[in-house]
Design a protein around this ligand. Structure first.
Ligand SMILES: Cc1ncc(COP(=O)(O)O)c(C=O)c1O
Length: 349
């Protein structure tokens, strides 16, 4: 029996399906949700230890100014061009609320991050998924033709790991009146990013997360970069205190330690290359990735079997039970040791 006091939009929707999160302490190699395989910088742990009781007694800074100053320095923008949230999922949620009215349209190339249609359902926004062109190329004409109020573009994309060149995104932003939100959750593992476009196009907003590149998925900290007057509008739609005092201190320390983060990115890129090469040798078809994961077709189309076999042996990868994806698995890049174990199991399979 449907509950009469629940909004029909909520009753109709299924909600987001997160990747499996085994209970803490379970001995498992976790390569299913694109976490960074390395721990956060020791400076992050130190910043957390240094948080004072007084900082917890009081409300946190609603605008995470310490973080915005640090991020502005690292990215070469101004602090007022940055807004923070409780993970980039939160940033995406209040971006949608800011730019797309109920009943209006959100477009995105498809397949992509499965949270976008969930956020749209929550806000009673219509969706216009537009198939990628062959070779995961950006369908600019078709996206513009949707006449959507906003376009969400994950770049690099999930689950494919592919990235479209910045000049293609610029071409889209030029031809389109609505907002182009470039979700750069994985940009630190890629060859390019769209930060520079933000200065030139007021309809471009870039979102980032500390979950992947800074090993802080458990902290929940994300942010967006846009022109000051655009960020000021988003500021009205965000939660009053989206980031707590501990996460602001930790996230600020993480961005300050670029040297540590970059070492993890270099490792992940080297391992990404090694995994791609080894899997290809074993007859897998691997989509060239610009992210910290691979989306690859299992020989014989045995996607589900592969996922289940690995799980039974203590390695979690992601399997999407969706049309066009059932012959594939998505594998987050791990440490050398984790990837060695994965490859040994796959060779034996
Ligand atoms: C494309 C994309 N954007 C955003 C996120 C969410 O990041 P966060 O942990 O900051 O909410 C993910 C997580 O998997 C993702 O794949």
């Amino acid at each position: 029996m449907p509950l009469k006091f629940v909004r029909p939009a909520i009753q109709r929707m299924a909600g987001y399906t997160p990747g499996e999160q085994p209970a803490p302490g379970t001995r498992i190699i976790k390569l299913n949700t694109n976490e960074n395989p390395f721990p956060p910088s020791p400076k992050v742990m130190e910043a957390i230890r240094n948080v004072q009781g007084e900082q917890l007694r009081r409300y946190p800074d609603p605008n995470s100014r310490a973080f915005c100053q640090m991020a502005a320095k690292v990215l070469g923008v101004e602090p007022e061009m940055i807004i923070t949230g409780n993970g980039s999922d939160d940033v995406l949620a209040f971006a949608l609320m800011t730019f797309v009215s109920p009943g209006a349209v959100l477009a995105y190339p498809d397949p992509t991050y499965s949270l976008y249609p969930v956020l749209a359902d929550l806000d009673e926004v219509k969706t216009a998924p537009v198939p990628w062109l062959d070779g995961w190329k950006l369908p600019i004409d078709a996206l513009v033709a949707t006449k959507a109020n906003a376009i969400f573009l994950a770049n690099p994309n999930a689950p494919s790991g592919t990235a479209v060149p910045v000049d293609q995104i610029e071409a889209l932003a030029k031809r389109y009146d609505g907002l182009v939100l470039v979700d750069e959750a994985y940009a630190d593992f890629a060859d390019g990013n769209c930060i520079e476009l933000v200065n030139r196009y007021e309809n471009v907003v870039v979102s980032r997360t500390l979950s992947k590149a800074y090993s802080l998925a458990g902290l929940r900290f994300g942010f967006a970069i846009g022109q000051k007057h655009v960020i000021a509008e988003m500021n009205k739609a965000k939660d009053s205190y989206p980031c707590d005092a501990i996460s602001i201190a930790a996230a600020t320390a993480a961005l300050a330690d670029q040297e540590y983060a970059r070492k993890t990115w270099d490792h992940i890129k080297r391992e990404r290359f090694r995994l791609t090469t080894e899997l290809t040798r074993m007859g897998w078809c691997v989509i060239p990735s610009q992210a910290n994961f691979l989306f690859a077709t299992v020989p014989g189309g045995r996607g589900k079997e592969c996922y289940e076999h690995l799980k039974s042996k203590g390695i979690l990868v992601r399997y999407f039970d969706k049309p066009g994806q059932r012959d594939k698995v998505r594998i987050s890049v791990g440490t050398i040791e984790q990837d060695d174990e994965l490859l040994a199991l796959l060779r034996a399979m």
